[in-house]
Design a protein around this ligand. Structure first.
Ligand SMILES: [Zn+2]
Length: 321
């Protein structure tokens, strides 16, 4: 049986028809319509209709950034789209004759890694998606953790530094302010300002007046001392965050996704080092593994499709499942 996964991003909407093994059979992609949320709904309906055509489909999973309720139906709040308490599941259900669930995009990506990617051999894992911000997902005893209200595992807003840098969530010192792509750029700019090992970063910045993620990634690839030092700083903060998460969740595996994680071992090495330094009761606790996500761009659609399948096959009442 197939399921359909849709991933509504800030710039594009991706859709895929996915088989039982997490393999994409057919896919579609369009720019996210701007202006009215009705256009987004229309786009999703068209995409599902097109992907389902001539196929037996078990369910549809729609992933988006934001707080989704525990019933996987209402978007409480979406940062990229003007949704506030949006009953998106019932709006889609009125137009699509298939079981539909709505899921947080980081949860969908984490579930995909757990089922088909870096986490397929463990029962408990934490995934951190390092993009512009930091997304989180947590699988415990083979189940995706959502929390009582559906908005759990917002790991990017774990408080790392009391009275630290202000965060978009309204608080201060969140992990996201120290371990996101945006944080890496801030650190790279600080090295550029300081001179010394930051010289190449400063030269790159002087060309266009601004350092881009692409600039930093390129310098990391060239082994530039300043860019690597900024990356190490980021890894150090991530390791501290993981040590705190480890004390609560005790996962066997931490998985890192998102653009910044594509540097691989260069990021994992400082994370491991910092994790061990900050781990409570070090030496008396089994050490988890640290790995890079495997599904990269497809994780959102593959995870959303598989979660739709899990939901469609659930035969016991929700509160006993
Ligand atoms: Zn925050």
């Amino acid at each position: 049986m197939h399921a359909i996964g849709i991933d509504i991003g800030g710039t594009k909407i991706a859709g895929a028809l996915v088989d039982d093994d997490g393999v994409i059979v057919n896919e579609a992609r369009v720019a996210t319509p701007t202006g009215s949320t009705q256009l987004i709904e229309d786009t999703v309906v068209d995409m599902v209709t097109q992907l389902a055509s001539g196929r037996l489909v078990e369910g549809v999973g729609v992933a988006a950034a934001g707080f989704i309720d525990a019933a996987q139906s209402t978007v409480y709040y979406a940062p990229n789209i003007n949704w506030r308490n949006e009953p998106f599941q019932s709006r889609l259900s009125a137009r699509i004759d298939l079981p539909i669930i709505i899921e947080n995009d980081a949860n969908a990506a984490g579930w995909a890694e757990f089922r088909f990617g870096a986490g397929r051999l463990v029962s408990d894992m934490v995934m951190l998606t390092i993009g512009t911000g930091v997304g989180g997902a947590f699988v415990t005893e083979d189940r995706l953790f959502r929390g009582g209200f559906g908005a759990g595992a917002e790991l990017g807003h774990l408080r790392l530094i009391p009275d630290g840098l202000p965060c978009g969530c309204g608080q201060h010192g969140c992990l996201e302010q120290y371990a996101s792509g945006r944080a890496l750029l801030r650190m790279a700019n600080e090295f550029a300002d300081a001179g010394g090992i930051g010289q190449a970063l400063a030269e790159r910045r002087s060309i266009s007046g601004i350092l881009s993620g692409h600039d930093v990634a390129e310098l990391i690839g060239e082994g530039d001392g300043g860019a690597l030092a900024a990356l190490r700083q980021l890894g150090n903060w991530l390791g501290q965050g993981c040590a705190t998460l480890g004390a609560v969740l005790d996962p066997q595996l931490f998985v890192f996704g998102g653009g910044v994680a594509q540097v691989g071992e260069l990021l994992l090495e400082p994370i491991r080092h910092s994790y061990l330094e900050h781990l409570p009761a070090r030496g008396y606790h089994p050490e988890p593994e640290f790995r890079i996500a495997e599904l990269v761009n497809d994780a959102g659609v593959v995870g959303a499709a598989d979660l739709a399948r899990v939901s469609a096959r659930r035969t016991v009442p929700r509160n006993r499942a």
